[in-house]
Structures are given as C-alpha cells and as structure tokens.
Design a protein around this ligand. Structure first.
Ligand code: NIG
Ligand code: FE
Length: 407
C-alpha cells in the first residue's frame, strides 16, 4: 500500500468531528502551510510537518501542494448513475416551455429511460455508467450512492444493481446501491399489481442494495403506498430514503421521519411544519440544487432548512431527465448563488453530512485515523471552489490512501 506525504499546502480546509447541524454547518478547520501523512490507507498525521516528521519511517511519495487547497473528497449521496440513452430532446422541449410533468405525461421522462434501459445489456450499461464515473472521479467524487429504478421489473432492476456491483470491482469510485423500484409505474401492469410486484422484488434485491427509495409524489407513489413499501423494505434490511416534496408539497418529509428514513431528498416544496419535524430527527435533508437549475424551477428553502437545525447535505441527483450534471463543484456553486448557502456550508454538506446519510463514519473529514480520502485542488483557498464556477479545480484525487487520479 502506498505511503504519501502531501506537503506544504497553502490551505487545508476540513471539518472535524461528526455531523453538522445549524450554525455548525459553517465550521471549518483551516491549516495554512500544513501537511498530511498517509499510510496504510489512513491519515496518520495532519498539521505542521515539524510536529510529525519524526513519525515518517518509510520513503513516502511526496506531493508538493504549494499554491493548492486540500479538502476531503466529495461524496455524492443521490444519483441515478446507471441508465441507457439520453434525453436532450426533452431539454429542448423544456426550453420551449414544456414542464417536466407534461413531458412525462406525453410518454417521455422516466418511461423513456426505462424503455432504453430494459433493452440495454449489462455490458453496455457498465460501459456507459463507467464513462460517467470517470467524469465524477476527476471532478472529485470518490463515493457515490446509485439508485436502480429504470427497470420497473425484477429482471432490469436486478440488472442495474448488478451493474453497480460490477463497477465496484473495476474502478475506484465506491458505489453504494439503492433499490428504487418505486420510481414510476410501468405501462405493462396495473397499479396494484406493480405495488405488489415491488414488495415481491424485495427479497431478491435485498442482498444487492443497502437502501430502498421511493418517488413519493402526486402522480407517482402516494404516502400510503410509499409507507407500505418502505416498511416492508426495512424487514429485508434496506434502510429507507425518500424523494419527497419535489413537484408538490405532499407530506413526504413527514413520512420520512415517521419511517426513520436515513434521508429525505429534494424538498423544493417542503413546508415550515415539515422542516420543524425534520430538525428534530436524524434524517438528513439532501438538497439537489442542480435539479432546480436544470429544470428551471424553484429551489428548496435551504436557509430555513439549515437554520432550523436539520442535518443538511447536497448532491447532484445525476440522471438524464432532471439533472445531467455529475460535478459536485458545480452543485456547490449553485447552492451558494441560488440557495444562500455559504462556501463553508457547501463543503460540509458535500463531505461529512453526505457521509452520515450513507452510514459512513470513517470518512468525510481529514482527521488522524480516518480513511485517507483527499482532494488536492488547484486553488489557493476553499472559497475559490464555488466562486470560480464551471471549472474543475481538482488536481489530484486520493482514495483509500492511493492516488487514483491526477491531472
Ligand atoms: O430525482 N424525481 C424522480 N427521479 C429523478 C428524475 C429521474 C428522471 O427524470 O429520469 C429525480 O429528479
Ligand atoms: Fe433522484
């Protein structure tokens, strides 16, 4: 296993400690001119080199980080990475005034991607998703949640989860699978039959996924249907996540707390009452600024959500319909300019809080003893990351103590 000394960084910017709520989401620990010693996949020492130089026994690879900023790497806690085909025609239709819902009602949207994904082979899906992952990695994401949900039958849902399994064997971005059979209703079976068939899929997918998600929304899955699916999923060891309050306010956030969901995602239409309930819970609010930007509709009330004390994370929601963006840096910029989040908040929301929502405890910050998941960025301070937007500032990516990408 490689040994690395990241030396003389102009700035190291990291959170310390556990999850961040309320004002704590702004907390960052800054070291100027500091270094990080990495060995056996872990951060052995961080701080002034003089203080720990005597501990360096071997002959580590030296990375000179002068002029650069070192941060924890990004965790993208909500994606639909595996899909066939693209939907740029819908993009043009939306520019012409059609809404996401209207396009779905005309047979586009999720249904179009379901058709394409059912037809694609596992090898084709591994190739396309693998190519998207290369973009994610060089933009600084080394852990990603990935949902199924473009199959809507057992065969294709399993195929998608197996693609995730295979990708985990052949490339460095660590993928955490979620079963999203409840993403839409397929055209070939009745509504009741499909709800039953999701319940019937649970035993087969439970060994291949860590979480179960539901698109709880008017026209998709009702509160009662979502509750039934998520409660049953828990019996099979799948922790709940929910797409809620995206297009309408339907009480999905309240349901998330009721079923003990690890995350409730979207929240563009969350109510003040729901924010209060969420703030008292351990459910992470995952905001998806790229979706509001891409679909050109309202943003979630991030300030209210954070200030109320909700555990808050941000993610891309990478998918061909509502957010064709896989860059956490871009999402951080949008969160700052459009949702009033600060550069400190977006960094914590993309690292430590995102890790928490995925049940990962030994990552998300740069601290002695934690897994060495590190980004070296070509900017002199962390504020430059969202400020100089639309650019990829990543110079080097370290995953589990090894360099996995460098410019
Ligand atoms: O998170 N809201 C539901 N699912 C995705 C969109 C999927 C698609 O349009 O293909 C989302 O926005
Ligand atoms: Fe989504």
């Amino acid at each position: 296993m490689s040994e690395i000394l990241v030396k003389n960084a102009t700035e190291i910017a990291t959170t310390v400690g556990g999850i961040k709520r309320g004002g704590a989401l702004k907390e960052l620990y800054l070291i100027h001119g500091g270094s990080i010693y990495i060995k056996n996949g872990l951060i052995q020492s961080i701080g002034e080199l003089d203080d720990f130089e005597h501990l360096i026994a071997g002959n580590p690879e030296i990375i000179d980080a002068a002029g650069m900023t070192v941060t924890p790497r990004f965790i993208d806690a909500h994606t639909h990475l595996v899909f066939a085909g693209t939907r740029e025609d819908e993009f043009s239709m939306r520019i012409g005034g059609a809404t996401y819902r209207e396009i779905a009602e005309r047979g586009g949207g999720i249904k179009k991607t379901v058709k394409d994904t059912r037809l694609a082979s596992k090898t084709e899906l591994v190739e396309t998703a693998g190519a998207y992952l290369e973009h994610a990695l060089r933009n600084g994401t080394t852990t990603m949640e990935v949902k199924s949900g473009y199959g809507l039958n057992l065969e294709t849902e399993l195929k998608m989860l197996e693609v995730v399994e295979e990708l985990n064997q052949i490339q460095p971005v660590e993928l955490i699978p979620t079963f999203l059979g409840a993403h839409a209703f397929p055209e070939d079976v009745s509504r009741d039959e499909y709800i039953q068939s999701i319940l019937d899929m649970l035993p087969s997918v439970s060994g291949k996924a860590k979480f179960c998600d539901v698109f709880c929304e008017e026209g998709y899955f009702t509160i009662d249907e979502s509750r039934a699916i998520l409660e049953k999923a828990k019996e099979y060891g799948l922790s709940p996540r929910i797409h809620a309050d995206q297009l309408t306010s339907n009480g999905g956030a309240k349901l998330a707390v009721e079923v003990g969901a690890v995350s409730v995602d979207h929240l563009e239409h969350v109510t003040d009452d729901e924010i209060e309930i969420l703030a008292q819970s351990d459910t992470t609010a995952i905001l998806l600024p790229g979706v509001s930007f891409f679909l050109n509709y309202g943003y979630p009330p991030a300030r209210k959500i954070i200030d109320a004390g909700c555990i808050t994370a941000i993610a891309t929601d990478f998918n061909p319909g509502s957010c064709m963006c896989i860059s956490m840096q871009m999402v951080m910029s949008i969160a700052c300019t459009q949702m009033g989040m600060t550069p400190e908040e977006v960094l914590n929301a993309s690292t430590i809080n995102a890790a928490y929502s995925l049940g990962l405890t030994n990552v998300g910050s740069l601290e002695t003893g934690k897994q060495a998941e590190v980004l070296i960025m070509d900017v002199p301070n962390y504020k430059m990351i969202p400020y100089f937007f639309g650019e990829n500032h990543v110079n080097t990516v370290i995953k589990k103590g090894s360099v996995v990408w460098t410019r």
